[in-house]
Design a protein around this ligand. Structure first.
Ligand code: 5GP
Length: 176
C-alpha cells in the first residue's frame, strides 16, 4: 500500500485547510477528469469557503508522447477568478504545464495547482505545484481515482502495482 484510507482522509483535510486559508472569499476548483473524481469530491467537502467546481478532460495525442489536447472544456468563465487546478498525480509535469498554460490565457485573477500525488523523480518540466497531498516513488499506482486500464478507480486507498499480473492484483484488492 502506498497511501492508506486514514492517510488519505488526513491528507485531504490538510489540503482543504490550506486552500481554505488561502481563499477565504472563495475559489474555483477545476478537476482534470477522470482521475480527480474521488479526490475532488472529498476535497470540496473539506472546504468551508465558497467553492465552485468545473472539469476539464484531456486525451493524449499519441501514447507516450506526453502531448495532450482538451476534449472537454470548462463551462465556467474563470476571468478574474481564483482558480486551483486539481490533478490526481503529477508525473513528468507535461500535462499540468499544458493545462496551466490553457487556463492562464483566460485571465484568472490567480491560478495554482493541487495534486493528490506528486512523483517529482520523473519531472521533465519544472512545474510549480502549490498544494501536494503525498509524494510517491516510481511505481505505477492505482486507486482513489487512479486507474489501470479503467480498473481500480474505486479502491479507497492508493496501491502500487508490481510487475506481476496487475489485472489480477487489482481484482483481488476489489474483491478481497
Ligand atoms: P504527466 O503529464 O505529469 O507525466 O502525467 C500526468 C498523468 O499521467 C496523470 O494525470 C495520470 O493520468 C497519468 N499517470 C502518471 N503516473 C501515473 C500512475 O502511477 N498511475 C496512474 N493510474 N496514472 C498515472
Amino acid at each position: 500500500m502506498v497511501v492508506g484510507r486514514e492517510e488519505l482522509r488526513a491528507g485531504v483535510a490538510r489540503l482543504g485547510a490550506e486552500i481554505g486559508a488561502d481563499y477565504p472569499d472563495g475559489v474555483v476548483l477545476v478537476g482534470v477528469l477522470k482521475g480527480c473524481i474521488p479526490f475532488l469530491a472529498d476535497l470540496v467537502r473539506a472546504l468551508t469557503v465558497p467553492v465552485e467546481v468545473d472539469f476539464l478532460a484531456i486525451s493524449a495525442y499519441a501514447e507516450g508522447t506526453g502531448r495532450v489536447r482538451l476534449v472537454k472544456d470548462l463551462d465556467t468563465d474563470i476571468a478574474d477568478r481564483d482558480v486551483v487546478l486539481v490533478e490526481d498525480i503529477v508525473d513528468t509535469g507535461l500535462t499540468l504545464t499544458y493545462l496551466l498554460g490553457e487556463l492562464r490565457h483566460r485571465d484568472p485573477r490567480s491560478l495554482q495547482a493541487c495534486t493528490l500525488l506528486d512523483r517529482t523523480s520523473q519531472r521533465i518540466v519544472p512545474t510549480p505545484v502549490r498544494y501536494v497531498g503525498f509524494d510517491v516513488d516510481d511505481d505505477y499506482v492505482v486507486g482513489y481515482g487512479l486507474d489501470h486500464g479503467e480498473r481500480g478507480r474505486n479502491l479507497d486507498m492508493v496501491v502500487a502495482l508490481d510487475q506481476g499480473d496487475a489485472d489480477a492484483y487489482v481484482e483481488s484488492l476489489l474483491h478481497g
